[in-house]
Design a protein around this ligand. Sequence first.
Ligand SMILES: Nc1nc2c(ncn2[C@@H]2O[C@H](COP(=O)(O)OP(=O)(O)OP(=O)(O)O)[C@@H](O)[C@H]2O)c(=O)[nH]1
Ligand SMILES: [Mg+2]
Length: 188
Amino acid sequence: MSDMGIIPTAVKIVVAGGFGVGKTTMVNSVSEIPPLRTEEVLTEAGVGVDDMAGIEGKETTTVALDFGRITISPRVVLYLFGTPGQNRFWFMWDELAVGALGAVVLVDTRRLDSSFPSIDFFENRNIPFVVAVNRFEGGFPHTDAQVRQALDLDPNVPIVSCDVRDRESSKEVLIELVQYTMDQLAGV
Ligand SMILES: Nc1nc2c(ncn2[C@@H]2O[C@H](COP(=O)(O)OP(=O)(O)OP(=O)(O)O)[C@@H](O)[C@H]2O)c(=O)[nH]1
Ligand SMILES: [Mg+2]
């Protein structure tokens, strides 16, 4: 076997979802390098523009991107790009998605609708994605079938439950995504 065999494969993954669903938290919890965050304090200027229902304690928002890295096996390194969640920054998304192999769409069951645009985005671009339900306290205990129906997901799109503040939990989501993406590429 040549030495080339141990060079890890760099894979670009997008972490998406609506405003305040936990994208930045996920990239931060799993990254093995100090994550790049581009957050600004939510100010009075956002009142009436940013929908804060359910996330009243939130103080900052991503204005450009989150960036992190995680090695999930000796051969595979994931480069994570977290998107901004607010509508007024959606112009960034096309740029962030270039070359992405797959995506995580995070959802908060209290505000499922905020993640609809993310699902459309990846469906339209044929980028494989998994839906990760972030377990906020006070979230509704939906079954996977209910989430699938509410989000009108294809039967094969994986749904996983997670706590994005927990490194192992976030890592499991990424492993599920890589597995699913590989299956899609192999035409399974
Ligand atoms: N209770 C609880 N709080 C969480 C959880 N995940 C994230 N949070 C908190 O929820 C808030 C939103 O998290 P962020 O990671 O900033 O969300 P985001 O999706 O990056 O937000 P934008 O960039 O503004 O779209 C933060 O205050 C987190 O600490 C969770 O699973 N449970
Ligand atoms: Mg963010």
